[in-house]
Design a protein around this ligand. Structure first.
Ligand SMILES: Cc1cc2nc3c(=O)[nH]c(=O)nc-3n(C[C@H](O)[C@H](O)[C@H](O)COP(=O)(O)O)c2cc1C
Length: 187
């Protein structure tokens, strides 16, 4: 399996409107592949402006927030780049698309790294952060997974949250669980 970095991807459309979404970028050769499912704003934007900024962050509220309608995270401009980064990024990479492989469900954009910068030290993950990230992925697939699988994974992940979550992880977990509950209640 290739290495996949779970990150927050910013892109802009033709008129410069910024879109932010969690995506896993996939290591390939000397670059990274961005593979957005159809339909998605990230896909539309990359077709309009073939540049993405990858923000690496340990603030899991941003992953959970993006999946639950909370997309207003502070952004910072990058010199000589049309796309901003997350202000909370510990580091970022500017990726330029060099090749696109069409696909009916999930086109692949092969990108080269045009620039990279570090902004703050990475001081490690706790188990609750990892659990929130896993729940965020489950939430992004609610429509595709059977209820029993979702419930059994949540039961396992909630142990780490109960034992190790701080206020930020607890908040992020709460946002995601609201989404799970409204999915199961059909609203
Ligand atoms: C950790 C994580 C990784 C994800 N990776 C991908 C991905 O590689 N491709 C994708 O299409 N969606 C991925 N998703 C789901 C997207 O974030 C979500 O569907 C999003 O709304 C994309 O659509 P948009 O660009 O229209 O916002 C991921 C979600 C999480 C939480």
């Amino acid at each position: 399996m290739p290495y996949i970095r779970e990150s927050i991807v910013t892109t802009v459309n033709r008129s410069g409107k910024v879109h932010i979404a969690p995506l896993g970028i996939i290591a390939e050769r000397d670059g990274w592949v961005i593979a957005p499912f159809r339909p998605s704003a990230t896909l539309d934007n990359l077709l309009q402006r073939p540049v993405a900024v990858i923000s690496y962050t340990d603030d899991v509220r941003i992953f959970a927030g993006c999946l639950t309608g909370r997309k207003e995270w502070p952004l910072s401009a990058i010199e000589d780049c049309p796309v901003p980064r997350l202000s909370a990024a510990l580091a970022h990479s500017v990726l330029e698309v060099v090749e696109m492989k069409e696909d009916e469900t999930r086109p692949r954009f092969f990108c080269r790294v045009a620039a990279e910068e570090t902004h703050a030290p990475f001081t490690g993950f706790n188990r609750a952060k990892a659990a929130v990230l896993e729940l965020a992925i489950l939430v992004s697939r609610l429509g595709m997974l059977p209820r029993e699988k979702i419930e059994s994974e949540i039961a396992y992940l909630s142990i780490a949250v109960e034992k190790t979550a701080g206020p930020e992880e607890r908040e992020a977990w709460g946002w995601l669980m609201e989404r799970v509950q409204s999915h199961f209640s059909g609203s």
